[in-house]
Design a protein around this ligand. Structure first.
Ligand SMILES: [Zn+2]
Length: 458
């Protein structure tokens, strides 16, 4: 295929040559992770020695100590950024049952933040709807009932996230909308993609002025059962007994590790993940993989002597899952430094097949990252797409800090997300190593660049 001269020139302009030193840095980081990467060892400690670690729990505090000690054990600087986090406890395991037309145990998890029922529990007939719109249309049927929101996640699409954004509102605000029309309890079909009768927990909210009602997630199979029974005209009733409660705010911390830049140490590239998890499983993919990738990225860069011009700061945030206290407090307490934060990269999509990065930056930023990421083609991590970031680094967006999010193949992420099955065995050490190398390399490339990425409009 021949190209016209203008086309060739345009290509040359669009893809500037990459310095041999960057190609070399990428090659060394990829090779280092393949041969002597330790991300999976760190993850084994986090998952098997500490386990799940909901904000405010003793395990979360242990994870904070572990994070700081792990950075220091590699000769890296580490400090704690003290914050306050909400403390919610599940208490005795929830009991949710179908009581009519026959008695069946439903596989359920209270959603994080839900109130308890009375000690005797509550029992009511069920109204099945799919969406808030349907609930409003059928509002006169909701009084005194338990509402089941039975909205399915879509097929893999929508950026590989199965339309997560379409189903998550029922989890977050289902109790509010159900209570507004007189319901006494609410349930959702679990936000997830696997059919192994697993409930998926997650964050929910109440609203001032609207009665607070218990809110639980049930397994997809149990939601289907209820829907089928209702469709056949059976009188369906459910009972629930929950012991969970909120215990106010308690002290906790973000953990900050640092590799100090050699020329402009006060300019910072952030790499980020969240240290907390839900109180089920081991928080392995969500977000243990991100945490250990951040730790291992700094260890690898230091060990290989790849010290960039600017500082790379790894932030292990606390409370991403149920409040975002860590991300919010960081942007507030470090506001005076954010002008010199040149980029932030978050990893919070599990460590499946690494694909690349989503990028939100000022004009030309996506193209710049695309150029920098070319050496990551060796591990399939060079796909750079418009739009990226993450929940924890989100509050820095208003300060203009360019936002990047590592992308991995999310086809199976929501099989495990927020369930008892998010455990170490689901993580492939080779894929985790590739994610780590991609994160380390891009942070290095951005921190060593002549010019920082164009900023967002603050
Ligand atoms: Zn997460």
């Amino acid at each position: 295929m021949s190209r016209s001269l203008p086309t060739v020139l345009a290509l040359l302009v669009a893809v500037p040559a990459l310095g041999a030193d960057l190609e070399e840095a990428a090659r060394r980081l990829i090779d280092h992770q393949r041969r002597e990467g330790r991300a999976y060892d760190h993850l084994t400690e986090l998952c098997d020695d500490i386990g799940h670690r909901l904000s405010g729990s003793p395990a979360a505090e242990e994870a904070v100590r572990w994070g700081a000690e792990t950075f220091r054990s590699f000769g890296l600087d580490a400090r704690l950024h003290r914050i306050e986090v909400p403390k919610w406890v599940r208490g005795r395991p929830e009991v949710v049952r179908l009581t009519a037309p026959r008695d069946v145990v439903l596989h359920a998890l209270a959603l994080g933040g839900s109130i308890a029922t009375s000690a005797n529990g509550l029992e009511a007939p069920v109204l099945v709807v799919e969406t808030f719109e349907e609930l409003r249309r059928r509002a006169d049927e909701a009084e005194g009932r338990i509402v089941l929101f039975n909205k399915r996640m879509g097929p893999d699409g929508n950026g590989g996230t199965h339309g997560y954004g379409d189903v998550v509102p029922q989890r977050v605000a289902g109790a509010i909308e159900a209570a507004k029309v007189g319901a006494v309890g609410s349930m959702i079909r679990s936000v997830g993609t696997a059919d192994y009768r697993l409930p998926h927990t997650g964050m929910m909210r109440y609203q001032d002025g609207v009665p607070r009602i218990p809110h639980v997630a049930i397994a997809a199979e149990d939601a289907d059962l209820i829907e089928r029974l209702v469709a056949r005209g059976k009188p369906v009733r459910v009972s629930m007994r929950l012991d969970c409660r909120s215990l106010g705010e308690v002290p906790s911390a973000n953990v900050i590790g640092e590799l100090r830049g050699r020329e402009r140490p006060d300019e910072v590239v952030v790499i980020a993940a969240h240290l907390d998890s839900w109180d089920v499983g081991q928080g392995a993919h969500d977000d243990g993989t991100g945490v250990v990738a951040c730790i291992e990225a700094l260890r690898a860069l230091k060990e290989l002597g790849l010290v960039p011009r600017r500082t790379i700061r790894a932030i292990l945030y606390m409370n991403e899952e149920n409040g975002l206290a860590g991300g919010t407090a960081y942007a507030e307490d470090f506001a005076h430094e954010l002008e010199r934060h040149v980029a932030a990269i978050e990893m919070d999509i599990g460590a499946f097949g690494v694909q690349g990065f989503g990028v939100s930056a000022g004009e030309g930023g996506v193209e710049t990252v695309r150029g920098l990421a070319r050496p990551l083609a060796a591990i399939g991590a060079d796909r750079i797409t418009e739009g990226g970031g993450g929940a924890d680094i989100g509050p820095m967006r208003a300060h203009g800090v360019p936002q990047l999010g590592l992308r991995s193949d999310a086809t199976r992420y929501f099989d495990y997300h927020h369930t008892e099955a998010d455990t170490l065995d689901k993580v492939d050490p080779v894929e985790l190593g590739k994610c780590t190398a991609a994160l380390a390399y891009l942070a290095y490339a951005l921190a060593d660049a002549d010019e920082p990425l164009p900023r967002l409009d603050g």
